[in-house]
Design a binder for this molecule. Sequence first.
Ligand code: PLP
Length: 447
Amino acid sequence: MPPSNASVPPTTDSPPRFHAVTSRHLDDLTARAGLSPDQRLGVRAVAEVLPFRANSHVVDELIDWSAAPDDPIYRLVFPQEDMLPAEDVARIADLLRSGAPRRQIQTIAHQVRMRLNPHPAGQLELNHPVVDGRQLAGIQHKYRETLLFFPRQGQTCHAYCTYCFRWAQFVGEPELRMAADSDELVLVDYLRAHPDITNVLFTGGDSMIPSAAVLRRYVEPLLALDQIESIRLGTKALSFWPRKFLTDPDAEDLLRLFEEVVAAGKNLALMAHFSHPRELEPPVVAQAVARLRGTGAVIRTQAPLIRSINDDPRVWESMWRAQVRLGMIPYYMFVERDTGPVDYFAVPLARAYDIFRDAYASVSGLARTVRGPSMSATAGKVCVDGVVDLLGQKVFALHMIQARDPALVGRPFYAAYDPAAIWLADLKPAFADRFPFDADDAAEESL
Ligand SMILES: *Cc1c(COP(=O)(O)O)cnc(C)c1O
């Protein structure tokens, strides 16, 4: 029995419009997933700490409710009771049960969040340039050639992934946000002053949240800059709200903007986040991809490897194949960051490598554009290339795909094998007393 129509817009002949599903609908939907009243309260308690947001497309077209709560797409967006320490969940559940004041619940939720490493790799502090004594919170000069830009209007998504490494941005805690206070003029000024930057990556949040008109304000000025080769837009809209590119009121204007970028001689790259092959199944996805490709845009795909959602080589194989079939280009498999409910989602590096290799070996060369498993750390992207026996020692072979210091890119290095390691911080250098990027960090800290 569908317990609620909360997420389902009335049927009309007009195209479906975006309807957010929020924590107000959580109890009805967890009932639909077959959870007991106590379990539902536990989920509500978790949702006081971690963000929850879904929408009608996710609820009605992606989730297999007959398989919930084990369904991977259900797990992709719905908080789970065991994502947080049991005593924290019990404490908040008690408060909810007794009708405690909001303020009291929020205070406890805040304390729990602070224990979840809300800023992995110095998200808030690092790489934000200071110009005229003011830190530009909306800009991260990530790598020599790559600038990240966080549009003020884009600090949300069409739905939230439970594993999101930017989760802290979405919970309404002002001190956890990367207040994106930089406007389009600051962006252009900064680029003019840094001619090495050839790539601007719009991220956040989902870059497809701002309207086409707002996006145009940021993108158009970049077209006049000769140094800019690529404009990248980080988005999960193709998965969570593909109608953004088809029937939303600004769809035409958005596609026209992409055409203009291409006509200006720049690469418009949509960095599409797909976590599971199911997300590619609704026919509107193929339609949206076709329209996007019709503008000359290139779609590259990426996702983290997440326990209980996509930690199976067959899932990645099938996802990469479906993407190639639609004309998309597999780009990255990420290792889940060390933030939020990390114990819940983490896949050990050794297993991540096995999954990557197994999937990679199963697809044609056209899907082997993908790289990974890759850790996005402060110093750059570290890729696990394999496990080898060298000089009688079992080690991880690694290399940097990206580095703040370009001299470190592409040079092999090693770490002692540890089957339980889930992140760079768990690794110890092998055949050396430090990792190549450690010097880089030390130099940075001494500045
Ligand atoms: C991967 C990544 C980028 C882009 O790096 P490329 O290797 O050029 O695609 C930018 N920012 C972050 C945080 C990243 O993880």
